[in-house]
Design a protein around this ligand. Sequence first.
Ligand SMILES: [Zn+2]
Length: 425
Amino acid sequence: MSVDGLAAGDYSLLRELPAFRRLMETGARVRRVRGVYPTLTYPQHASLVTGTYPDIHGITANTRLEPEENGPHWFWYRRNLRVPTLYDAAASAGLRTATLFWPSAGGRHSARVLPEIIPVRPGEHLFSLVLQAGSPRFVLGMLLRYGYLLRGLRRRNLDNFTCACACRLIRRRSVDLLLLHLLDLDATRHRYGAASSEAREVLHQQDRRLARILAAVEHSGRSDRTAVVVTGDHGHRDVSARIHINSALERAGLQVRGGAGASRLVRWEAWAQACDGSARIRLSRREDAALRRRVAAALTALQGDPANGIARILDRGQLLALRAGEEADFALEASPGYFFSSRSGPEVVTAACPNYRAAHGYLPADDDYSAFFVAAGCGFRCGVELVKAGVVDLGTTLAHVLSLTLPAAEGRVLSELLTEKERTL
Ligand SMILES: [Zn+2]
């Protein structure tokens, strides 16, 4: 169970919530899970199910690095991942799998796929996208049974729907590996702030959903053979200012815009993709050393004024060392309080929208911004805590617990979390 936005900083509140407390007392936890760069939802989930980094699994951000003239290309699909996942390995071993709103799992071959996908391009329609990327019989069956919970697409209602579907699969013993992704905590933190009372209320709601999952496991009669794993993917940091990074590139003469409102990209030599707390920059001519120097100089000039909110410039070599993949020529890290927008605007820096108060996508960190992980049940020791680990270690460990081989995994099996029997397997 992935609770999007569940962070190390939530630890003290989680100890007060009955279902989380029960899981923590009876299971093993990692206080701080270091993410991969950039700390966006899709790369973290891909690293969790493959045990490797974006340069290998291919999910280098939430969307492709390309000018978004008609809306971004999200990494919705399993085919976007270049290496086998936990659910592939499970299916190959004859286990029955389900993925409910799990990132980058659309279009995979399985009887139980409820894809995370929404229309972002002209002419796309939600229902046909979901049926095409999901398992039609399964999706229709779940909609007939629990569609009344949706009442529009508010994240809270989606989480109720996902939880109801998960509980049914567990109670009926329909699956051996279930991956579900709950969205409301992340959405609420973006809207109201990382430590807002609204976010705390959503954590209480996620606790009640976890309680329903634990009750379903008990009802299934398979408690002794089941492990319940809850993980976050990244924290959030509060923001008050937005950097229109493509406007800065336009001012530097690296983009030309035209059309109505001068908003259409006519020509570009450098284009920036906002990844919330960071931005990735692509050159039109990647082998052009003079262009690379010109862009580097423009970025350095931009960083020179602290009001532009650029904390760091990363070059291609640094991005390769971060295992971020080869698509970007530069990346920028926003200063505290700032985040990036891909859209151009009249000013380079404007105030954040009132309904956007926290961001993620920054460089991975080992502080409260990192994710939280807890697992209890079959295979996991009771009451142990590891101070820190990496998200790639989690994927590698989960494969080990399920006796599966993840060919690309390069994390460490976190044997400290496992029972003697699991450790010696
Ligand atoms: Zn996320």
